[in-house]
Design a protein around this ligand. Structure first.
Ligand code: AVJ
Ligand code: FE
Length: 439
C-alpha cells in the first residue's frame, strides 16, 4: 500500500468499501424471519440492526466529519450508536432506526463518502489520511462488526439463515508435520511502525528478546480437547485457574460452547445445523479459562503474545519480521480467512501458510488465546482515539491473535491484536499450546 499512487489507492478503498458493505447486508438480509434484526439473541450481543447502523454512523463520524469536515447528518441518533453510552444488553430497548431506515441512512452516508473520496486528496502530511489510514480503519471496523454479527448468527435459534459456501480447503488435512516446533532463544521485532492500516495498539515496532520455547505446529483439535474432557479435565481443579474453576462451577461448564452429547456421540450446533463434532478441526468456542486448563493438563501452557508473534512472523534467516506468516504479500489459499466457509479447516489444510519456523494455521481458522494481558507496547500513543484500544488496557482482558475463518484478510495480519474477557467464548476462539524449552 505504501508504494501505490493516490488514484490506485482511492480505487482500492472504494472497492473495499463496496465489498464490506455487501458482506454486512448479507448478514442482515431481509430474508431473515421478521423481527430477527431487531431482537436480541443474547445479552452479550447487539441486535443485528444496531451493528448495521453503528458501522454507518462510525463511517459518518470518521470519513465525513473528521476527514472531510462535514456537519453531523442526524445528531439526534449519534448517542444511540455510541458503544460507550449504551452497553450491549441495553441496546434492544433503545429507539433504534428500524431496518429499512438503517439501510437508507448507511447508504446515504456511503454516497457522500464516495463523493468526498473522489474530490478530497489523501494528504500524506496528515496522519489521519496518510496511506488512506482512516478509510482503512473504517473498512476494518465494518469487517470486525461483520464477524461480531456472525457470532450473533451462531447464537440465534431457529432455522439456518446463512448459506455455507463450503469451499474446500486447499490441502486434504491431517496433521503431517511434527506436533511442536522449537523457536530458538533470541530477539525479534514485534509490532509495526510502517504497516499503513495497523491500529495504534500494534505500534510501534520494538525488539523483544525471548528464551527458547516450543510452540504447537497446529491449533488444538476437537479430538485432543475431547481427550482432556474424557480424562476428567473439567472435574479436576488442579488444571484450573482459581477464577476459571469458579466460572466452570458456577455455570456448570463441561464442554465447549454449542456441544451436546446425544446417544453416546458428541454433536455441535453450527449456524442452526446439527452435526457430529469434526475431530480434526481446531476446537472453537472455548474460554481462556478452558484453554488454560487444557494446556496445564497437557503439561504445557498458553504462549505469550510475543511468543505467538515470533513464531508467526520472525524469519530467522533474513533476521526480519514478515507481515504474514508466509511472507509480506497477502495471497489467497494460504489461510482460512474471509468467511469462505462457516467453519475452521481441519489441521494440516494450509501447509502453504506455514511461517518461517513451519508453524501452521496461525492466521485464520480460530482466534488463538494467549497468556498475555492487553497492554500498550513501549512508546504506545493512542491514535486516532483512545476508545479503540487504550481504554481496554489492563489485566481484565486477554489478547487473542491470528483471526478466525470469519475474519476478513484486511482486518488481520501478523501484528493484529484482539482482546476479550477470559470467560468469553461466543467468538470464534481456539488456541494452541507452548512450553519452555529449558526445563
Ligand atoms: C477489537 C473486536 C475487541 O468488537 O469490541 C468494534 C472492535 N471496536 N468497534 C470490539 C471494535 C469498536 C472490538 N474488538
Ligand atoms: Fe464499533
Amino acid at each position: 500500500l505504501t508504494t501505490v499512487d493516490e488514484d490506485d489507492l482511492k480505487e482500492l478503498i472504494a472497492a473495499e468499501l463496496e465489498a464490506v458493505r455487501r458482506r454486512s447486508l448479507g448478514l442482515t438480509t431481509e430474508a431473515l424471519p421478521p423481527g430477527e434484526l431487531t431482537a436480541q439473541v443474547s445479552p452479550l450481543m447487539s441486535p443485528l440492526v444496531w451493528d448495521l447502523a453503528h458501522v454507518g454512523n462510525y463511517e459518518e463520524l470518521w470519513l465525513l466529519r473528521a476527514a472531510a469536515g462535514a456537519e453531523p447528518m442526524r445528531p439526534e441518533i449519534d448517542h444511540l450508536y455510541n458503544a460507550f453510552e449504551h452497553p450491549r444488553a441495553e441496546r434492544p430497548s433503545l429507539p433504534l432506526l428500524p431496518p429499512d431506515e438503517a439501510r437508507a441512512y448507511i447508504a446515504t452516508v456511503r454516497a457522500k463518502v464516495l463523493d468526498s473520496l473522489a474530490k478530497v486528496p489523501l494528504r500524506e502530511d496528515d496522519p489521519l489520511t496518510a496511506g488512506g489510514f482512516v478509510y482503512g480503519m473504517v473498512v476494518q471496523h465494518e469487517h470486525q462488526h461483520d464477524e461480531t454479527m456472525l457470532a450473533t448468527h451462531q447464537l440465534r435459534k431457529g432455522a439456518p439463515a446463512l448459506l455455507d459456501a463450503g469451499e474446500p480447503p486447499p490441502a486434504p488435512g491431517g496433521a503431517a508435520a511434527e506436533p511442536e516446533v522449537l523457536i530458538e532463544a533470541g530477539p525479534f521485532e514485534m509490532g509495526t511502525s510502517d504497516e499503513p492500516w495497523a491500529y495504534d495498539n500494534e505500534r510501534p515496532a520494538h525488539i523483544v528478546d525471548l528464551p527458547a520455547y516450543y510452540i504447537d505446529t497446529y491449533p488444538v483439535t476437537n479430538r485432543a480437547y475431547l481427550a482432556f474432557m474424557e480424562a476428567g479435565g473439567y472435574e479436576d481443579p488442579r488444571w484450573w485457574h482459581p477464577e476459571g474453576w469458579r466460572w466452570r462451577s458456577r455455570h456448570n461448564r463441561t464442554a465447549p460452547g454449542f456441544w451436546r452429547r446425544e446417544g453416546g456421540q458428541w454433536l455441535r450446533r453450527r449456524f442452526g445445523r446439527i452435526e457430529p463434532v469434526p475431530m480434526d478441526e481446531p476446537v472453537q468456542h472455548v474460554s481462556w479459562y478452558e484453554a488454560d486448563a487444557y494446556a496445564r493438563w497437557a503439561g504445557k501452557r498458553l504462549p505469550s503474545e510475543a511468543e505467538w508473534e515470533k513464531a508467526a512472523r520472525w524469519d530467522p534467516a533474513a533476521q526480519r519480521s514478515r507481515r504474514f506468516p508466509w511472507g509480506d504479500v497477502y495471497e489467497e489459499g494460504r489461510a482460512n480467512l474471509g468467511q469462505r466457509r462457516l467453519r475452521p479447516a481441519p489441521v494440516g489444510s494450509y501447509p502453504q501458510g506455514a511461517s518461517a519456523y513451519g508453524v501452521q494455521q496461525m492466521l485464520g481458522d480460530v482466534w488463538e488465546w494467549t497468556s498475555s494481558d492487553f497492554t500498550g507496547y513501549p512508546g504506545f500513543r493512542a491514535f486516532p482515539y483512545k476508545e479503540y484500544s487504550q481504554v481496554f488496557f489492563g489485566p481484565e482482558y486477554k489478547v487473542l491473535r491470528g483471526g478466525s475463518w470469519a475474519t476478513h484478510p484486511l482486518a488481520v495480519r501478523g501484528t493484529f491484536r484482539n482482546w476479550d474477557f477470559p470467560i468469553r467464548r461466543q467468538i470464534f476462539t481456539g488456541f494452541r499450546c507452548a512450553r519452555d524449552a529449558a526445563r
